[in-house]
Design a protein around this ligand. Sequence first.
Ligand code: HEC
Ligand code: HEC
Length: 216
Amino acid sequence: MNRVKLAGLVTLVVLWPGLTQAQDAPLTGEQVYKTKGCMACHGSKGAKPILTYPALAGQSEKYVLQQINDIKSGKRVGAVDETGHPATQGMADILHILSDADIAAVSKYVAEQKPGAPKPLDPPAAAADLEAGAAAYKKLGCVTCHGVDGKKATVPIYPVLAGLNRDYLHRQMVAIRDGGRTSGQSKLMVPFAKKADDAAIAAISTWLSQIDRSTP
Ligand code: HEC
Ligand code: HEC
């Protein structure tokens, strides 16, 4: 009789959902961001990236989700850095520790964060470069997909560009134009990118990098 009771109690403990819930609870986007390495490279709340890495705060959620999956699967490699490795390598190396639910949660989290102020350039951009960048962006039709001043994409899966790191923007435009980045929806942009010469790419990167999205 006692043994039967004990067995019943053990079963109850094992099956009691509340007891295992804490351990199985999905991580919030913020927890994923802080505990799975993102913060080390993309900075606090995705708004203060290190080196020439992209800011994520306020980026389109659908775009972010697609990029993480493309970097994880190796579809997006982008440029090769000075050590001969793809620029996406360091990030790709940690993505196996994220579940699909983690990736969805962290995409939503970064998209909801407030963008940081632009990183000042040293030396500061010349007024003539900023003007040339704005003019080339308009003339080459970038506004059709990336919106006025690159502040809001016209389709949710397209990226916001304003305030991203200058060298990052430069690297991506060259990679999309010259075939180093072909993943996702990149091919839509190729005919436009092909019309951008190196001077236009440099000027557009400088101009976009200094547009402030931190205040509405
Ligand atoms: C070791 C550094 C590193 C870590 C850790 C890292 N990233 Fe990245 N991430 C990068 C770099 C570098 C790029 C840009 C690569 C390039 O230039 O093509 C990038 C690109 C991205 C992009 C594409 C941005 C865009 O505008 O296209 C997203 C989204 C992203 N990372 C999210 C994350 C998330 C979420 C995590 C945490 C799970 C994470 N990253 C962890 C370095 C890192
Ligand atoms: C027909 C739509 C379209 C036009 C026009 C277009 N782009 Fe894009 N662009 C995209 C899409 C879509 C992506 C994201 C590709 C992907 O899915 O990985 C992108 C990506 C980018 C990126 C990389 C962003 C990041 O966070 O990594 C930059 C920089 C960029 N575009 C700049 C430009 C500039 C400058 C122009 C004008 C010369 C331009 N684009 C014209 C659709 C367009």
